[in-house]
Design a protein around this ligand. Structure first.
Ligand SMILES: [Zn+2]
Ligand SMILES: [Zn+2]
Length: 358
């Protein structure tokens, strides 16, 4: 990326981030703040380029980022997933949350550009001595996001909602044998069964490469009162389509509130040979995109599912808050989890409907 386009990138990112309507004054303020820090962004980029760090070793980079965000008044978390940094800025106007991400790691590549700020760093990658270089543009991404952070912080009062900046470690993939930081894999909010199957295939491949496996949870989404996923399957048909993945749990989440979801949770509980999970929405969103179901009302429904023996794992999706989760946990504390059903051996097929043959 040429340095001339750095400024444009900061500018473009900000317009997307803030999601603000075209507004002459604000546009001018963003452009003016971006212009003020252009030289600084270029300097950061060169500094980061000269000091690249391999995956899971982004210590200097993380420190640079964390110090900058702290100075700007972001809420900063460090050591996220190893060397990651997350910064949160609450804007002065109401609105949703927008996340922006930059990767922090460099590649095991020897730099031969001859630039004044070329990397002379070396490292060890999977047992081999290597050069280290930002050959994938992460130096630009970091510098631009640091610049965007500064512009957002300076216009904080005009920012609607919350901006979350995620500086991600090990985007290129951790070296073999290093932990990625996950305890299990959840493939969720599945509207389309084929996509879920593709995801599970990807997960299997990643397990094979890593030489170890993690538990997999699967969670589908019934999109409306027709009782079908977006790709048209009934709950049981969806179950039949993905049971070969042998997840530790299969469940339903998002879209419908618990009142509308109950019959499908019951159906899943009846046909599912493994544990069941549910994390519904706090009702369907209203015309403002907000969720109206309060913790006590929602907990009453969820506790009923527990007492009916439908569920093993419970949580909340869109619109739920820590208060909702606390209410579920409290209400379910003494309730026995669902017993796995004894199902007869059948060939379980599916199209849009289930077809079980004996
Ligand atoms: Zn990359
Ligand atoms: Zn949701």
């Amino acid at each position: 990326m040429s340095e001339g386009s750095l400024k444009t990138s900061v500018f473009v990112i900000l317009l997307v981030v803030a999601g603000m309507p075209a507004h002459g004054e604000l546009d001018a303020a963003i452009a003016s703040e971006a212009a003020k820090i252009e030289a600084q962004v270029i300097a950061w980029r060169r500094d980061i380029h000269e000091h690249p760090e391999l995956s899971n070793r982004e210590f200097r980079t993380a420190k640079l980022v964390a110090e900058h965000l702290t100075k700007l008044g972001f809420e900063v978390r460090t050591e996220v997933g190893g060397t990651g940094v997350v910064g949160v800025l609450k804007g002065g106007l109401p609105g949703g949350v927008v996340a922006l991400r930059a990767e922090m790691d460099a590649l095991p590549v020897i730099e031969k550009t001859g630039l004044a700020y070329a990397s002379k760093e070396t490292g060890v990658y999977e047992g081999n001595a290597v050069g280290v270089m930002h050959a994938c543009g992460h130096d630009n991404h970091i510098a631009i996001l640091m610049g965007a952070a500064q512009v957002l912080a300076s216009l904080r009062e005009a920012v609607p909602g919350t901006v979350k900046l995620i500086f991600q470690p090990a985007e290129e993939g951790a070296p073999k044998g290093e932990e990625g930081g996950a305890d299990l894999i959840l493939i969720e909010t599945i509207f389309d069964t084929l996509n879920a199957k593709a995801a599970s295939f990807g997960v299997e491949e990643a397990f094979e490469q890593a030489g170890r496996t993690l538990p997999v949870m699967i969670s589908g989404t019934i999109t409306d009162a027709s009782g079908r996923t977006l790709s048209g399957q009934t709950t049981e048909a969806f179950y039949n389509s993905i049971r070969h993945i042998k997840p530790i749990s299969i469940g339903l989440n998002c879209a419908l509130g618990p009142d509308l979801l109950r019959q499908y949770v019951e159906e899943l509980s009846r046909v599912c040979e493994t544990f069941t999970s549910v994390h519904p929405n706090a009702g369907l969103p209203n015309e403002f995109g907000e969720y109206d179901l309060e913790a006590p009302e929602m907990a009453a429904e969820i506790i009923d599912w527990g007492k009916s023996g439908f569920i093993n794992i419970v949580g909340g999706c869109c619109g739920t808050t820590p208060a909702h989760i606390r209410a579920f946990a409290k209400g379910l504390a003494g309730v026995k989890p669902r017993q796995l059903p004894e199902l007869e051996v059948r060939m379980r097929l599916s199209g849009l409907e289930a077809c079980n043959l004996n």
